[in-house]
Design a protein around this ligand. Structure first.
Ligand SMILES: C[S@@+](CC[C@H](N)C(=O)[O-])C[C@H]1O[C@@H](n2cnc3c(N)ncnc32)[C@H](O)[C@@H]1O
Ligand SMILES: [Zn+2]
Length: 374
């Protein structure tokens, strides 16, 4: 297979020069996932800068176990300031991938901000279980992260960050309901809310595995985009006590097709506007973001020389969306169609208190009260 040298963020990397991105590539590289890698860098940059103020913090130990070309880890090593990383372990079970990872580290050798780097060729779960644990674990698989969750959750340290990608959005967002039930133990929803529902179903699945090991995992940054979903969990201290509180926030998600309202409950049998609601779940009804973190990440990204307007807009939308904890959102076309009322223009709505945008859909807003739209 032919390879090309590309630039992404502040690094250069050799990647397969395939006409089409597919699992069949010698080593997998998808340029569309740049944002996924950007967000990881931003999150570690913001948390690392904060934690560095605390003398007991010695930098994140990173275990990235499905690394592909290693471009993500090279970006960590080059773009994160000195002191944010303590050690970086990079793993992939493909020998071709491991060769490329080593090559890519060598390509960026002069600008690495951390010296403790190990590259290995192992099965991801085995690699994790053989380790002493990490302060940051990245699970970036093809399809579902389910097979790797047990080992990742076991080896994530207290106060560590577990990053999980899922690309099997057809299951999570309800094209294949059975598949969602099997892999995620919850019922999806096939309508405009499907991505939010999918994200919350994914959150609960990871949290259930966490609870088994007395770990409380709360989302600090989450999103759905293109063909994937991504959640960063903070593994809280006092896991046993807090894991119980997490489980209390696993509920059913209800949607009323008449008033467009969304609410949660312990039951999957609810009525609204004298009709049975459409329900999904059980799923995580708690927050999807740490408000401060979301704002800080969007701010740091503005200082990037390689920043892209489109990605900045996405991060800004999430930073605004994160400020309001509420289930569901109102797409303007549905408001017109079902409620026979015309909402105010989006720009005007967003200047109001109590209305925020949502990254799930651009022609929509989140608000606690429908009245705010008119
Ligand atoms: C989606 S790609 C990773 C992309 C990469 N993280 C990036 O940002 O470009 C998934 C990778 O996981 C590797 N992989 C799949 N199953 C694995 C397993 N059970 N153990 C270790 N590596 C595995 C594949 O070889 C592939 O390189
Ligand atoms: Zn209703």
């Amino acid at each position: 297979m032919a390879y090309a040298t590309i630039t992404e963020g502040a690094v250069r990397a050799r990647v397969p020069a395939a006409a089409k991105v597919s699992k069949e590539m010698d080593v997998f590289y998808n340029p569309v996932m740049k944002l996924n890698r950007d967000v990881s860098v931003l999150l570690l940059q913001v948390l690392g800068t904060e934690r560095k103020k605390n003398k007991s913090f010695h930098g994140f130990s990173v275990g990235s176990v499905l690394a592909g070309t290693g471009i993500r880890e090279c970006r960590f090593l080059v773009e994160l300031e000195k002191g944010i990383l303590d050690q970086v372990h990079i793993n992939d079970y493909s020998e071709e991938a491991v060769k490329l990872i080593k090559k890519n580290i060598a390509l960026n050798e002069k600008s690495l901000n951390c010296e403790d780097i190990e590259v290995s060729c192992n099965e991801a779960s085995k690699f994790l279980l053989d380790s002493f644990g990490y302060g940051y674990i990245d699970i970036d698989p093809f399809g579902t992260p389910s097979p790797f969750l047990d080992a990742a959750v076991k080896r994530i340290q207290r106060e560590g960050i577990l990053a999980v990608t899922a690309t099997d959005t057809s299951a999570l967002s309800g094209t294949y309901e059975d598949s969602c039930l099997r892999k995620y133990w919850a019922r999806p929803m096939r309508n405009h809310l499907m991505h939010e529902v999918g994200l919350r179903i994914l959150a609960r699945k990871v949290q259930l595995i966490g609870a088994q090991y007395e770990k409380s995992l709360v989302p600090v940054y989450s999103y759905s985009k293109d063909h994937y979903m991504r959640i960063f969990f903070l593994c809280q201290k006092q896991g046993r006590k807090k894991a119980a509180a997490v489980l209390k926030q696993h509920q059913y998600y209800h949607y009323c097709g008449k008033c467009l309202g969304v609410f949660s409950s312990q039951s999957n049998n609810e009525t609204c506007c004298k009709k049975k609601t459409l329900y999904a779940g059980p799923l995580w009804i708690g927050g999807l973001w740490d408000k401060r973190l979301a704002k800080a990440m969007a701010k740091v990204s503005k200082t990037w020389q390689h920043g892209q307007a489109e990605n900045q807009k996405f991060l800004d939308t999430i930073a605004a969306e994160a400020q309001m904890d509420v289930l569901g959102f109102y797409p303007f076309n549905l408001v017109r169609q079902k409620l026979r009322k015309t909402p105010k223009k989006k720009d005007e709505l967003l200047t109001k208190k109590g209305v925020v945008p949502t990254h799930f859909e651009s022609n929509a807003v989140k608000t606690k009260s429908l009245k705010n739209l008119f």
